[in-house]
Write a new protein. Structure first.
Length: 166
């Protein structure tokens, strides 16, 4: 009986840690929304809606709504990460969704040479501060939270399915 109680507490604690990562990422996206809305409407809406959805995702994580919700949460967060990564490689045009100052027929940006930072950091040594450098590209804290959420939620899903099989 005490082993079952410990397993439940362990699952609950792991659920809260997983939920905390998505809340933190969602809060950071919401913080980015006002500045993005004034510059690029499409990007601002993406940050606003994405941030709200990430904060909402606490409910399915804590209440363990089931496998389909786990898949949607992991896939949705992965899409958010892939969009960020594609934007760093300039695979997504700045004015894809239209609006804002970026729709002024400006010439296309070239792929940066030397390091793959999107031209945001000076060439040479890696930028300092919070973040992780992978392949010469700075991965900011918001993206690290999303990667952590994907990993933690996948582990939590496995723990829950294993628990249900017992």
């Amino acid at each position: 009986m005490s082993q079952t109680l410990w397993q439940d507490k362990k699952l609950l604690l792991f659920s809260f840690v997983t939920a905390a990562t998505t809340v933190a990422a969602g809060a950071l996206h919401l913080q980015m929304a006002p500045g993005s809305l004034s510059h690029d409407l499409g990007q601002g809406i993406l940050f606003l809606v994405g941030g709200l959805v990430q904060i909402f995702w606490v409910v399915p994580v804590i209440k363990r709504w089931g496998r389909i919700w786990q898949i949607i949460g992991i896939a949705g967060t992965a899409v958010f990460f892939v969009l960020w990564y594609a934007s760093r490689l300039h695979l997504i045009p700045e004015n894809l969704l239209g609006g804002g100052e970026s729709s002024n027929h400006s010439p296309p940006r070239e792929f940066p040479r030397g390091n793959v930072t999107g031209g945001e950091f000076p060439r040479g040594s890696a930028p300092r501060g919070l973040g992780l450098v992978i392949g010469g590209m700075m991965v900011p804290p918001i993206e690290m939270l999303q990667i952590a959420f994907i990993g933690l939620y996948a582990v939590l899903a496995k723990m829950i399915s294993k628990r249900q099989n017992i």
